[in-house]
Design a protein around this ligand. Structure first.
Ligand code: GRF
Length: 272
């Protein structure tokens, strides 16, 4: 472990199988990731990832976002929306092409659910929020609790080579488009959908005989390795946020072993 390495407290948000969560747990238990998982939060009460966490003694919690979908808007408006809600409505970039009322309605439901998540996370004071197959949007309200201009503290793994194929079906989209290569991306979360600063990417080949199931398997192997490594870089203090030429924030990886790591990962993905 490097001198400057800090053991990170993680909160992991999931919705389903939790194989990325499992990979993090395995990396931690193998001493390859200097982190502890303070809590796993799922929006889905039936997520298999909850069982994975429990098997390893990791605390779990459920915030069922559907509970907020059932309430009628007046009930929500009368509820405990934060005072900055109007500002959140103005800043949001996750809902587009919808009438203003609809945007407000959806955001209100989202923010109420997020308040529940935030209340769970607050006493744990996590260093980093890791989205691992979390199938819900994140509003500027939530993000405002963890990101500042100079410091991003929410990470996501995306199953495509961003900025291509944002959204929920990166493998399916890469495959059906006819791409010859697919990829996975670890990025910090900003206020858009899958638009935040890229931390690391890896690619895999898509051969003529492949199916989407085959490429998903290939990509997931990359996800497991690159997500834990990216968190480890953060623990080591090896992720530096800089301003790109166009003013957008970009991430520099300071670890000298970074190119070797990507080279090995790529070689594995290409070996037949
Ligand atoms: C992964 O492909 C991840 O990139 C995407 O959702 C999937 C989650 O899988 N965001 P799992 O729940 O980690 O098994």
């Amino acid at each position: 472990m490097k001198e400057k390495t800090k053991k990170l407290k993680l909160a992991v948000l999931i919705s389903g199988g939790g194989t990325n969560l499992q990979a993090m747990i395995d990396h931690i238990e193998a001493g390859k990731l200097d982190a502890e998982i303070s809590v796993v939060v799922s929006n889905n009460p039936d997520a298999d990832g909850l069982i994975r966490a429990q098997k390893h003694g990791v605390p779990t919690a459920i915030v069922d976002y559907r509970n907020y979908g059932k309430k009628s808007l007046p009930e929500i408006v009368k509820g405990t929306l934060p005072k900055e809600f109007d500002e959140v409505v103005n800043r949001q970039r996750i809902y587009s092409g919808l009438p203003d009322g609809e945007v407000k309605d959806r955001l209100a439901r989202l923010v109420l659910a997020e308040q529940e998540v935030l209340a769970l996370l607050k006493p744990l004071n996590p260093d980093l929020i890791c989205l691992a197959g979390f199938m819900r949007l994140i509003s500027p309200y939530f993000i405002g609790h963890y990101n500042t201009k100079d410091r991003y503290r929410i990470m996501n793994i995306h199953p495509a080579l961003l900025p291509a194929f944002p959204g929920t079906d990166g493998y399916g989209d890469s495959f059906s488009y006819g791409c010859r290569f697919g990829g996975v991306t670890v990025h910090f979360v900003d206020e858009g959908e899958d638009t935040g600063p890229i931390i690391a990417q890896a690619i895999y080949p898509i051969w003529p005989e492949d199916t989407v199931e085959v490429i998903r398997k290939r990509g997931l192997e990359l996800e497991y390795a690159i997500y834990s490594q990216s968190i480890q870089w953060m623990a080591q203090g090896d992720l530096k946020l800089v301003s790109g030429e166009d003013g957008r924030p970009q991430v520099r990886i300071l670890d000298p072993k970074y190119p070797k790591f990507i080279e090995q990962l790529t070689q594995q993905a290409f070996s037949r």
